[in-house]
Design a protein around this ligand. Structure first.
Ligand SMILES: [Mg+2]
Length: 284
């Protein structure tokens, strides 16, 4: 894992699933094969990855039990993430889930990129989506079923393109997840999810958000933030993790690495391995 953390480039080309990822799609050079391999291998082969997924969904299920037993009084409005509309206290409860690396495992796409010495682009990503054969993240299906059995609505907010809606629904259904089109809110114009969360809040009280990227939880993380600013925000929300915010592991890509990119400008794209990234490593 330590090796992984040092291999920032590992995630750099695993840019499958968000607008921030696609911003790197024109990169002419990629990370070393070793570093690319590390992230995908960890997700595909490590039992620790699966354990972390189960840990996340177990925490979510525990939270679900608390909510079911004690009602909406456990939810506050402070963070804007789990809002109770006091004028409609009897709204049905909903859980909002991200899709990629939260419900759907896209590591085969990232493996394909490695195998074919390619970097992410929209065409190959769409090709992968259209196959509709991403397997499920461990524990996701059981949690979704448990939630539904307790009468809680599951809504999916993902930054897959709205053009991939049909394939995405097929993938979920092929995997045993019953879903209506209206349950899946994909990206139309920009990747910020706040408006889609507000759309859900129009009909439901959101009691939990589940994702692999911090922007899945609150728009505070949609801003261009430095490494330290992100960590300061984590302190602010630290009591929400494992409760309202359930985090899935994703070493392959995410805003964590886009933060490095933005700090390092375009040099990050062109010089993954040789330029600059070592300055982020703490040593003794
Ligand atoms: Mg995701």
């Amino acid at each position: 894992m330590k090796k992984l953390l040092f291999s920032f480039a590992a995630a750099s080309m695993m840019l499958a699933c968000s607008s921030s990822q696609s911003s790197l799609s024109n990169a002419q050079s990629g990370p070393s094969e070793d570093s690319k391999l590390s992230a995908v291998l960890w997700q595909q082969t490590s039992a620790e990855y699966e354990a972390l997924c189960h840990q996340a969904f177990n925490a979510a299920a525990y939270r679900l039990a608390i909510i079911s037993n004690s009602g909406l009084d456990v939810i506050d409005q402070e963070t804007g993430a789990a809002i109770v509309d006091q004028s409609s206290p009897n709204k049905k409860m909903a859980i909002v889930m991200d899709l990629d690396e939260t419900v759907l495992d896209n590591s085969p796409y990232n493996g394909w990129l490695i195998e074919n010495n390619k970097t992410y682009n929209a065409e190959s990503w769409t090709e992968w989506c259209n196959l509709a054969k991403a397997e499920l993240v461990p524990g996701a299906l059981e949690f979704i079923e448990k939630s539904k059995n307790q009468g809680i609505k599951i809504m999916y907010i993902s930054n897959r393109s709205v053009d991939d809606l049909e394939a995405t629904i097929s993938n979920l259904q092929n995997s045993g997840i019953t879903v209506d089109r209206s349950d899946v809110l994909l990206k139309t114009e920009n990747s910020e999810k706040i408006k889609r969360r507000e759309q859900v809040m129009g009909s439901y009280n959101i009691v939990m958000l589940i994702g692999d990227n911090l922007a899945d939880f609150t728009d505070a993380f949609d801003q261009k933030l430095s490494i330290n600013e992100r960590k300061v925000l984590i302190e602010k929300y630290r009591n929400d993790f494992g409760k309202k915010f359930i985090v899935l592991p994703n070493v392959m890509y995410g805003d964590w690495e886009n933060t490095l990119k933005s700090n390092n400008n375009s040099d990050y794209i062109q010089n993954y391995n040789a330029y600059g990234l070592k300055k982020y490593i703490k040593t003794f």
